[in-house]
Design a protein around this ligand. Structure first.
Ligand SMILES: Cc1cc2nc3c(=O)[nH]c(=O)nc-3n(C[C@H](O)[C@H](O)[C@H](O)COP(=O)(O)OP(=O)(O)OC[C@H]3O[C@@H](n4cnc5c(N)ncnc54)[C@H](O)[C@@H]3O)c2cc1C
Length: 338
C-alpha cells in the first residue's frame, strides 16, 4: 500500500457522495475523506425510491441489505385509478413500477450517513460548498464558500442534477447541452395516512398533464404524496411554475393549489396535507448526460453526471461502486503504486 494519504473532497451528502465515500474508505488506500454538504444539516428526507439490478448486490456488499429490507415501505404493487378512485388496472411487485426493494430516500440517506459516520476516516461538513478549484500538477487547491481553503488529491462533484461543482470541474464546452429538462415537475411530500389506505402506489392521471399519486410508508401515520405537472413537449417550461419555484416553497405550494384544486380524486386531501408538510420538495425531471466524467484529479458522480428518470438512485449506487476502478487508473496515471 502507498505510504501516501489520499485526501479526498466530495461535494454533496445525498446518495452518491456517501456511497462512494463508503467504498473508497474501505479500499487498501489510506484515505481521509471530507464530504461537504451545502445544506446546514443532513437532508434525510425524500419519498419512495427503488433499488434494482446490480445496485442490490452492491447494497449487500455494503452489509446494508437487512437495513433496507427492514425499512421496506410495504408497497405491494401499483394501481391506476380514475377521478372517482376506481381502480382500472393493477400490477403486482415486479410487474409494475413497484420493485422488490422499495425504501424511502430519507431512510436510505440515513442508512448511508450512519454507515459512513462510523468509519473514522470520513468527516462531514454542513452549510458550506466549493467556491473555486485550482488544479495543479500535484493536487487541487479548493476555496470554500465559507472562506476557508484546503488542498486535496481528488475532488468529487456529487451535488445533484443541478450541480454547481460540476462546472468547476468540466469546462463550458464539455457541459454544453448536457442538462436537458424533460418537461415535468414533481412535488414530493408526506401527508397523514388513514387506516383504509391500501398498500399500493395509487396513480391518477388527471387532464391537462396533471398527475396525483399516493404511496404507503412503513409507519402507519404518514404516506407519500406526489403532484406532477407534465408539459405538452419535452423541454418546455411553465413560466408560472418556474416563477413560483424561484420564489420558494410557500409560493410553490400556492401555485400547486391553483393547478390541482379541481383535479379530482384525492386532490383536496393531498393539498391540505401539503400545506402542513415540512418535507415538501419539488424537482424538475431532467436528463444529465456528460461526454466525460473526469478531468485530471476531479470526478463528477451521481445525478450530477448522469441523471435520468426513475432509476437515478440505483445508478448512483452502481457507479459509485464501479468508480473504484477509476482510482486504480488514477494512481497508475500519477505514478503511485497501490
Ligand atoms: C432532499 C432530497 C429529496 C429527494 N427526494 C426524492 C424522492 O422522493 N424521489 C426520488 O426519486 N428522488 C429524490 N431525490 C433525488 C435522488 O436522491 C437522486 O435522484 C438520486 O438518489 C441520486 O443521488 P445524488 O446523490 O446524485 O443526488 P441528490 O440525492 O440530489 O444529492 C445531492 C446532494 O448535494 C447537495 N448539494 C447541492 N448543491 C451542493 C453544493 N454546491 N455543494 C455541496 N452540496 C450540494 C444537496 O443538498 C444534496 O444533499 C431527492 C433528492 C434530495 C436532495
Amino acid at each position: 500500500m502507498s505510504a501516501l494519504k489520499l485526501k479526498v473532497l466530495i461535494a454533496g451528502a445525498g446518495i452518491a457522495g456517501p456511497c462512494f465515500a463508503n467504498w473508497l474508505a474501505k479500499t487498501r488506500l489510506d484515505t481521509s475523506i471530507t464530504i461537504v454538504e451545502r445544506s446546514p444539516s443532513p437532508r434525510i428526507t425524500g419519498q419512495s425510491i427503488d433499488i434494482r439490478g446490480p445496485a442490490v448486490e452492491i447494497i449487500k456488499g455494503m452489509k446494508l441489505i437487512e437495513g433496507v429490507r427492514s425499512r421496506h415501505t410495504t408497497e405491494e404493487g401499483t394501481a391506476f385509478l380514475n377521478s372517482s378512485g376506481k381502480v382500472f388496472a393493477q400490477f403486482n411487485v415486479g410487474d409494475s413500477f413497484t420493485a422488490e426493494y422499495e425504501i424511502l430516500r430519507a431512510d436510505l440517506a440515513g442508512l448511508f450517513l450512519e454507515a459512513t459516520e462510523g468509519l473514522g476516516n470520513i468527516q462531514y461538513i454542513y452549510g458550506d460548498s466549493v467556491k473555486s478549484l485550482e488544479q495543479t500538477n500535484k493536487d487541487i487547491n479548493v476555496t470554500f464558500t465559507g472562506g476557508s481553503k484546503d488542498t486535496f488529491d481528488l475532488v468529487v462533484a456529487a451535488d445533484g442534477s443541478t450541480s454547481k461543482t460540476r462546472s468547476l470541474i468540466l469546462d463550458d464546452q464539455v457541459l454544453k447541452d448536457t442538462y436537458n429538462f424533460l418537461g415535468q415537475y414533481t412535488a414530493f411530500f408526506s401527508i397523514p395516512s388513514r387506516p383504509t389506505d391500501p398498500k399500493l402506489w395509487q396513480w391518477y392521471n388527471a387532464s391537462k398533464g396533471l398527475g396525483l399519486m399516493l404511496r404507503p410508508h412503513r409507519n402507519t401515520s404518514t404516506m407519500g404524496a406526489y403532484l406532477c405537472i407534465t408539459m405538452p413537449a419535452r423541454g418546455q417550461r411553465d413560466p408560472v411554475v418556474e416563477d413560483a419555484m424561484d420564489k420558494g416553497t410557500e409560493d410553490t405550494k400556492r401555485m400547486m393549489h391553483k393547478y390541482f384544486e379541481n383535479a379530482g380524486w384525492e386532490a383536496k386531501r393531498i393539498l391540505d396535507g401539503m400545506d402542513h408538510a415540512e418535507d415538501f420538495y419539488i424537482s424538475r425531471a431532467a436528463q444529465v448526460k456528460l461526454p466525460k466524467w473526469t478531468n485530471e484529479r476531479a470526478l463528477v458522480l451521481g445525478d450530477a453526471a448522469f441523471a435520468t428518470f426513475g432509476v437515478g438512485t440505483s445508478l448512483a449506487i452502481e457507479i459509485s461502486f464501479t468508480q473504484k476502478k477509476f482510482y486504480s487508473n488514477y494512481f497508475i496515471h500519477f505514478g503511485v503504486l497501490i
